[in-house]
Design a protein around this ligand. Sequence first.
Ligand code: 5GP
Length: 215
Amino acid sequence: MAAETLHPARRGLMLILSSPSGAGKTTLTRNLKSENNLDLSISVTTRAKRPSEIEGVHYRFIDRAAFDAMRQHNDLLEWAEVHGNGYGTPRKEVEASLAAGRDVLFDIDWQGTQQIVKKARADVVTIFILPPSMAELRSRLIRRAEDAEDVIVKRLANARDEIARWSQYDYVIVNHDLQTAYEQIKAILTAERLKRSRAVGLNDFVDQLLTEQLP
Ligand code: 5GP
């Protein structure tokens, strides 16, 4: 076999980003997905669609009955109630991506993160994104101008609970600047993809390397 074909196979990983609403995570996940060969897990949610959101791209918007049915049929890899709405990760798509050796990116809260970590610790990498200040978080929520005033107040209150979970994550990034935060996540992804434990074919690769006949 030609030496250049001996690339060891790699196990797909699950990269989870969590942060309070408005910390910049949505922009980061979109950029990461398009430039880093990742499958983005599209969640289902019972919350109302924001004007800028597209069905099937940002979420699959479903009603409470459909959400409860997915839960009951074990169709969700994890689920949680956030800001009074149901959110969940459809299991089928994620399992298909991982089975094909592809990495999957998640934009989910700390409750869902805990559930996935419990199921597959070795295949999960978790990153928490912090805003530079609470004042900045509030102005980002207001600037986004997609939520009503009372929703913003609720999201800010919830942000404190969410932030309190920071120490459960493998990595923590302070998003002072979107480009820097993006580069830092890319660096984490690159290093995690190269971890010895994820290169399932490495033993065979090294065996062949050591028995390779030199001309
Ligand atoms: P938003 O309504 O601002 O899009 O999201 C609110 C929160 O729900 C965010 O923290 C987001 O990460 C989280 N979230 C989105 N999808 C899911 C999901 O499928 N599962 C869980 N556990 N949280 C989710």
